[in-house]
Design a protein around this ligand. Sequence first.
Ligand code: FE2
Length: 441
Amino acid sequence: MIDVHCHIIPGVDDGPDQIEKSIEMLKMAERDGIRKIIATPHRNHPMGYPKGNVQEQFDALKVASRNAGIDVDLYLGAEQYIGKEDVFREFEAFPLFDGRYLLVEFKTHIDLESLLTIVYELRVKGFWPIVAHVEMYPTIIRNDESIARIKEEGGLIQITASSLMGAVGKKIATKLMNAVRKGQVDFIASDAHGLNMRPPVLSTAYKHVQKNATMEIANRIFSDNPSKLMLGEEILTPKTLRKKSSHRRAYIIASIVTVLVLVFALGMKMIPEKEVQSQNVRVTEPVKVIKSAEINESVQEEPIPVESIPTELIEVEDIISKPMQTVEYPSKGSIESKYEEQLLVMKSEYETALDAYVNEIIEIKSTVSDQDLRNQKIDAIIDAIILMEQESDNMVYALLYEMQNDLEKEKYSVEQVQKFRDGYNDIKETTKMTYMEKIQN
Ligand SMILES: [Fe+2]
C-alpha cells in the first residue's frame, strides 16, 4: 500500500515534533504493510506551517529511516492550503510528487461553489487537484451532491482512513463508504500526525473497503491510483472542463480588481511623499506638486490666467494643499485585546452549544428506554460535538493566524499568540473533563 497523505517529517508542522517519533511512525507503517509514503507537510498553512527547513528535515528522516533498517520508501510532497483568491494570481505550487498532482486543503467553512471554483481554476492551470480529507469540511460533507460535483469539475477525492472507520462519526463514515462504493473516492490515506490520533495505518480501512465494497475498488484506491500518481499518469475522472459563466465572471472581476490596484499604486507613486514616523502614528507630509502651468512659466512670458487652467489641475492642487493627514497605527495592546475579545466570544458560544448538547444527552439517558434508540440518538449528538470541536479548532487557529499577521505587520512580538493557543488547549481539556463528568453522573 502507498500512503499519499502523511505528516511524518519531524518539526515542520503539526506532525511529530522529534525525529524519534517519526521513526516510530515509520515502524508502525511498515508493520501495517505500507511500502511507500509521500510525506505531505502543510504548505501555505494559516498556522504558519511549514516551520524550519522541510528539505533538510526530510533528508535527515530518510537517513535515520535507512539506519533503522525500515523498509518504507519516503518521498517528499505537500498538502497545500489554497484560498479562492490564490487561484486568480501567481502562486507557488507544491506538487505531491514530481508532477501535476496537488493535494489541496481549504478553510474549514468553505462553501461548495468556492471549492468548485478553486478546483476548476487549478485544472485550467494544468494541475490535477486532489481534495484532501473531503469529509472534514462540514458544509461540503453535509451536502449529498458535493462529491459528485467536485468529480464533475475534475477534482479527485481523498478521504482519511480513520474517518472511514468512524473517527469523525458514524453518519459521516456511512456517507464515505457509499461514496467508495460508487467509485467516487480516488485515494484513502492516513493523514497521520502521530502514533495515536490518525496513526499511519491503512490496512483496517483496506479490509473494510474490500468487505463492504469490492476487492477491485480496494486495490484501485490503495494501490493502483497511488501508483499512477507516482508515475505522473492521469487518473480518469468524469470531468469535462466546462466554461462556467460564474467562474469566468469571478475571473473577470479578479482581473479588473488587479488592474485597478495597479493603476492606483502607479498613480500614488507619481506623488512624492515624505514619511515621518513616531510611536504608533505615521504622518504623511504632502510635498508640493508643480502643476503644468508653473512649468510653462519658464518658457512663457505671459502668465496663464487662472480660468484657463484645466479644472482637473486645480482640483488636484486643492487636494494636495489640504492639511497634513495622520494615520493611526494600532498599539500592541489594542491588537491583543481585539483578538482576546473575539476569542472570549467564541469560547462563550462554544460553551453554550456544548451545554445544550450535553443537556440533550442527559435528557435522552433519562427518557429513552429503548437501548438501541438511545444509543443511536446519543451517537448522533456525539457526531455533532466532534464536528463542532473541529470547527472550533479551525476558527481559533485561523483567528490566531490573523492576530500573528497583524502583530508582525507592526513589527511587534508575537509571544501572546502562543499564550492564547496554549490557553485555548487548556480550556478545551478542562471543558471536556467537566462535561464528561456531567454525562457520566
Ligand atoms: Fe493533512
